[in-house]
Design a protein around this ligand. Structure first.
Ligand code: SF4
Length: 162
């Protein structure tokens, strides 16, 4: 089984603040799969660390209003090319991120508030037909055949709930 995983969840210090956001459950899952690690923001050429960005009105903006939409699109496109070279049926992406967020992202007010929406890269993967979930799904995963991650991985997630 091959999986696409946000690099920061694997412990890579690629976040805007120069840190990682490791998830024990995701790393556990990664040990049992072939992993395609991706960080679309790093792939864009943006530096680490870099100013935080959020989506607003269909654009990606820094807190000072600087528009970095094209940089985010470039990084997402480069990461998609990496994924296409090593196809995988499932992606586990960092929740809430303007690039990787799944179903909910920060709302552009820099208040920690969320709104419905997809990260720029998450949306590309979904358009590619890849099942995309956040690490929160993996962390809460129970060994149910009805769970979307369990469906993709069969019974291989049972160990996560033990
Ligand atoms: Fe993590 Fe995605 Fe942000 Fe990179 S772009 S630091 S992988 S959330």
């Amino acid at each position: 089984m091959r999986l696409i995983i946000s690099s920061c969840l694997l412990g890579v210090a690629c976040r805007y603040d120069g840190r990682s956001k490791p998830s024990a459950a995701v790393r556990d899952l990664a040990r049992k799969a072939e992993v395609v690690g991706v960080c679309p923001e790093a792939a864009s050429g943006l530096p680490v660390p870099r100013p935080p960005a959020e989506q607003r009105g269909g654009r990606v903006l820094l807190a000072d209003g600087t528009d970095v939409t094209e940089e985010f699109r470039l990084g997402a496109a480069r990461s998609l090319a990496k994924v296409r070279a090593r196809p995988a049926p499932l992606a586990v992406l960092k929740a809430k991120s303007p690039s990787c967020g799944v179903h909910h992202i920060y709302d552009g007010t820099y208040t920690g508030s969320l709104t419905e929406g997809e990260g720029v890269f998450a949306r590309l993967l979904e358009e590619e037909g890849i099942c995309v979930v956040s690490e929160e799904v993996v962390e809460s995963c129970k060994p149910s055949v009805e769970h979307p991650v369990a469906i993709v991985l069969g019974t291989g997630l049972g160990h996560l709930a033990k």
